[in-house]
Ligand binder design. Sequence first.
Ligand code: TEU
Ligand code: CA
Length: 535
Amino acid sequence: MEWWKDAIIYQIYPRSFQDSNGDGIGDIPGIISRLDHLQQLGVNALWLSPVYKSPNADNGYDISDYREINPEYGTMADMERLIAEAKRRGIRVIMDLVINHTSTEHYWFQKSRDKTSPYADYYYWQHGKADGSLPNNWTGFFGEDCWEFDPQRCEYYLHLFARTQADLNYHNPAVLEEVKDILRFWLRKGVAGFRCDVINILYKDTLEDGKKRLALTGSEHYLSLEGTHEILRQLREVLDEYNAITVGETVFVTPSQAQDLCAPARRELNMVFSFEHMECDQYFIKWFKRKFRPKVFFDCLVKWQTSLDWNTIYLENHDQPRSIPRFGSEAYWKESGKLLATLLLTLRGTPFIYQGQEIGMVNFDFDRMRQLNDVESKNVEKVLRRFHVPQRLRWKLIRRTSRDNARTPFQWDEGPGAGFTDARPWLGINRNSEQINLSRQEKDKDSIWWWYKDLGRLRRDSEVLRRGQFVPLEAGTQVFAYQRVLGGEKLTVVLNFSDQPASVSHRGQVLRSNWNKAHFDGRLSPWEAVILIPQ
Ligand code: TEU
Ligand code: CA
């Protein structure tokens, strides 16, 4: 029945959602206490960023035990209660599955440091080159080398992310068997599926030197290779026993690669997060920023909408800066927040709302490095310093790109601690929480939060919005327009991505306008979004 095609999915970053016990860290009982908020928003499933045991070098993306809950977040009983309480409200739970790497604190890794242990080949261990240099010239995702020497084993291990995130070796069939067991463990608890972290880089074909690149040298040896497809088909057998779904996080994926990963007949993933639309304000990687040009963004969306049968739709997550300052306009905060919501909820695919997006949270207001937590930002700061990049420029870059922009605590109300905590929060709360918060928006029917709720309902009740074909009408320098079509039914969406007004030729009866217009004469106000029934 493909429930996920009719669903709206909400991403929770547990550390920043709701603290329940006054330690400044979000937790599972906190999430349970906010389930009513999610039910009101009309979401059908939650994707939980990792809640497993972890030393938190990368906030849970470095797992040290896949069958334990991080004690900061609660207990296994809390987790089971969350699954049950969510279910009672018609909400499914999707876990984050991080299997490209484990924390070096995982016992597999600890045992692997001994060459005679049964775990010896769970990771990629290599000697340095004869000249004393690293085993190969690859560079990692967090801007540093990706080999670390282990004095006990006297070899290097591969880590494409932080130093304490060691890559698992999928040439060893035992590793995949372990992963299958982990899947069964969670599926038996009643989770609906998995969001699969960097899933298209699991399989490394060789560990030879790569072609020199500005970033990610070596990536031709692991990006979307056949070995990964084979692994996914094996995991699918387990998933099928439980009717579970997967959404793969797939880096640098092209539409045709994404098609292969999601084609129903190939039995791999159900859907993928592609990155191209999130990369149109950068050159190759996020550290080389360029101006956001709406047309590039529209063209990219059209390309993905028309080349894949089913997409995920997302504008934010825990790795990306907030969408209003990025694709919208802080001068038209409310209007552009609603316009982005309209885009998210009217394209063809499964929409993902990231926590805080539904109230228009914006980037952090920090002013120095010390206020940051993100391991990626810290590594990059080190690298930039090594290249003598001046402090002001370093800060400018990090401020624009840091993942902490999306990780500041959820702003529930105007009180101190923003309703997130009574204690000192693990990461600073934005000072704008007095203006931007849920409790204020609940009282104001013209708020971004009400707009999300309303459009969510509109989508739920409208088959053409959920399942209709996508037909592009206009992708200009400022205006994006398209239709959703199902049988004889049509809806037209017109979006003005600009502080300037615009005029268009599209007409119809107004179903929604974020400027609350009752009639549409083709003139768009700044950041106006309209949904029309064409006549
Ligand atoms: O992200 C993978 C990934 O591609 C990111 O590292 C991305 O390059 C970067 O965040 C952009 O700023 C996943 C998780 O979503 C991320 O939080 C983890 O840090 C990473 O994998 C390692 O598990
Ligand atoms: Ca807590």
